[in-house]
Design a protein around this ligand. Structure first.
Ligand SMILES: Cc1cc2nc3c(=O)[nH]c(=O)nc-3n(C[C@H](O)[C@H](O)[C@H](O)COP(=O)(O)OP(=O)(O)OC[C@H]3O[C@@H](n4cnc5c(N)ncnc54)[C@H](O)[C@@H]3O)c2cc1C
Length: 600
């Protein structure tokens, strides 16, 4: 019996130390729902138990049911049939049915639609667990942001029409944004939305690369204002799949074979407007994509966790030169770095999810229930602004860090297994193929850096790091905090330098700035974990003194030490490069990249 929640000691430790009281109180709005819904928690203890139970059931389902089907799903893939329908791999349908039976398809939806009303931080854990079992299934399980977007922005009528079915797992959805000429640049979407004389809206045009485009409910970004170019001409629509929505092809792709990627043709498809006209891209799709970016971070984490586990196990059992390969320094170093990379991304994802939960909660308070007292109102407004800015910076940072990490870890997992890793006998090659998309969809890494670097250079990062520095830490990490403080000073100097040089220079050195900021932030998060309120014992291989258990807090201190000291020298060289004034990429592109190849 496998349980991907209970067998993960890091998740177990973090679940006991993350701010569940704060986020539970925020989403349960003072536990007011208990009087109307018998399954809503009455207090913090019950909320925590509920979260634990939900994650436990997802952990069991993932370990026992989903993971054993993942290889078959990868081999079978999904196919476009002659009648125009898409056939999912068998295991995908079975797993979706099981998730629906477990009542987890409306994870963050309100109770009144049959949802679980869980905070994002719990949803992020669930996504990681499902993705560890099958990354392609997560692409359908993790599309719950579509229902969430309808819940935030659509009329009550549209909510009633769709949300019960989403929560019951009777329908799945698709996020229909990308077009052949509008990928990263969604402002240039052309798909036409028009109204008939009686006011009915219709959609006409092509969308491509749409995950689960064969789903029953489609959320479509379309140009409703033909005379207006750019984002302000775009609105968001919802429609049902049906005879006017044609799947023209499903893509033949490198990984995530269980998740169909469709090209869609809308042939005058009737649809309904979501929210207000012209607000389709900002704020509706931006909000949808920010949620989805956390989802891809969780997906990346799950894939990397699976890959790390295979490598760790193999390194202990494979014998060369008379002993296990994990005795060799180069292999040890690789395995340890994989583990630390996974825990770094998890630390940042949970922290970002927490910040997003507070951001949503404060925004909701201001919209629905603003305090009457002036001072109280100002406090809530300030908090809403602050968390909004932190979420705006941390979300792209997390997506960038987790997805890049996932690619490195799966690649290194193959390396640890040597030739066997390259073969289909082990899942490493599949995990590496599944990993590859994570740095591309929901905004490429380059775009995440563009978004995150604005936060690094605008003062948001400085304020956020100052808040981290003010927290209470235990004495054994004080020397590490001093290193982080010195690194922060270096970062702030580099920010001043970059701002003087202008926006183009900032974008050119964006990755270095964001890498530095992430290394500092995650250093603090590890120190916080090493100072956690609740400790657990974790398994260790029998060491020389015969002990088989160690304190997780002690382990986190060792991890923080390695992470922060190793990064200190890296940060110095990053800062040196940022402050070098090097603009060769801007000025010598043709000479350095060479001419565009032509056949002669
Ligand atoms: C398997 C798969 C599933 C997908 N699922 C969906 C889905 O469900 N719904 C949906 O709407 N879309 C989906 N997409 C589309 C996906 O979001 C886009 O592929 C992605 O946003 C990149 O767009 P593009 O492919 O057109 O690349 P381009 O935008 O052409 O980018 C090409 C390169 O240029 C770089 N670049 C572009 N602009 C900038 C910039 N401003 N600064 C720096 N670098 C830049 C990019 O980083 C990239 O390296 C999916 C794609 C794939 C492959």
């Amino acid at each position: 019996m496998a349980n991907f929640y209970k067998d993960n000691e890091d998740i177990q430790f973090l679940f006991r130390n993350i701010d569940i009281p704060g986020v539970a109180d925020a989403v349960e709005e003072g536990f007011k729902f208990a009087k109307d819904f018998d399954y809503a928690p009455v207090n913090l203890k019950e909320a925590t138990e509920n979260y634990d139970l939900v994650l436990d059931s997802i952990g069991k389902l993932s370990g026992d049911f989903i993971w054993p089907r993942s290889e078959g799903i990868d081999r079978q893939g999904s196919h476009l049939c002659e009648d125009g329908n898409v056939k999912y791999a068998d295991g995908i349908k079975e797993s979706i049915n099981m998730l629906a039976k477990a009542d987890v398809m409306g994870f963050t939806l309100p109770y009144r639609f049959g949802g679980l009303n869980c905070p994002n931080i719990i949803y992020s854990i669930a996504i990681e667990i499902v993705s560890r079992a099958d990354a392609s299934l997560m692409n359908i399980f993790g599309l719950q942001g579509i229902a969430e977007t309808i819940n935030y922005f659509a009329s009550e009528e549209i909510k009633q029409k769709y949300l019960h079915d989403f929560a019951a797992g009777k329908v799945t959805g698709a996020m229909v944004l990308t077009e052949p000429d509008a990928g990263s640049d969604l402002q240039s979407c052309k798909l036409r939305a028009f109204q008939s004389d009686d006011g009915q809206w219709y959609l006409h045009g092509v969308k491509r690369f749409i995950t689960n485009g064969c789903g029953e409910v489609l959320l479509v970004l379309a140009r409703s204002e033909p005379d207006r170019s750019g984002g302000l001409g775009l609105s968001l629509f919802v429609c049902d799949s049906g005879p006017t929505v044609h799947v023209r092809r499903t893509e033949d792709k490198l990984g995530i074979h269980g998740s169909p990627t469709c090209e869609l043709f809308f042939d005058n498809t009737p649809c309904e407007l979501v929210g207000e006209r012209r607000r389709g891209l900002a704020p509706y799709v931006m909000s949808l994509m920010n949620g989805a970016r956390l989802g891809i971070s969780g997906q990346s984490l799950g894939i990397a966790e699976a890959a790390y586990r295979i490598a760790r196990d193999y390194a202990a059992s494979r014998k060369q030169f008379g002993g296990a390969i994990e005795k060799l320094p180069a292999v040890r170093d690789l395995v340890i770095d994989m583990k630390i990379e996974v825990e770094t991304a998890r630390a940042l994802l949970y922290e970002t999810s927490r910040v997003v939960d507070y951001d949503i909660s404060y925004t909701k308070t201001l919209e629905i229930n603003p305090p009457a007292d002036k001072e109280q109102l100002k406090k809530v407004k300030d908090a809403s602004r602050r968390y909004g800015r932190y979420a705006g910076m941390l979300t792209p940072m997390t997506k960038y860090l987790s997805s890049e990490m996932c690619n490195r870890v799966t690649y290194n997992s193959i390396q640890v297994l040597g030739g066997s890793g390259f073969m289909r006998d082990y899942p490493c090659e599949r995990l590496a193929r599944d990993a590859r998309i994570t740095t591309i969809y929901e905004g490429t890494s380059q775009l995440q850096v563009v978004a995150a670097v604005r936060g690094v250079c605008s003062g948001t990062c400085e304020k956020y790091i100052a808040e981290l520095a003010e927290k209470q830490y235990e004495p054994q990490v004080q020397d590490l905090l001093a290193i982080l403080k010195a690194n922060t000073e270096l970062l702030l100097k580099a920010v001043v330098y970059v701002k003087e040089k202008g926006v183009e220079y900032m974008d050119l050195h964006g990755r270095e700035l964001v890498d530095t900021a992430i290394a500092i932030i995650c250093g603090y998060l590890f120190c916080e974990q090493a100072s956690g309120k609740v400790d657990i014992d974790v398994e260790t291989p029998k060491s020389d003194n015969g002990q088989t258990k160690m304190s997780m807090k002690k382990r986190k201190e060792l991890l923080a030490r390695r992470y922060i000291t190793k990064n200190a020298s890296l940060i110095k060289s990053l800062i040196e490069s940022i402050m070098s004034g090097n603009v060769s990429s801007l000025e010598q592109y043709d000479a350095l990249a060479g001419a565009v190849p032509t056949e002669k």
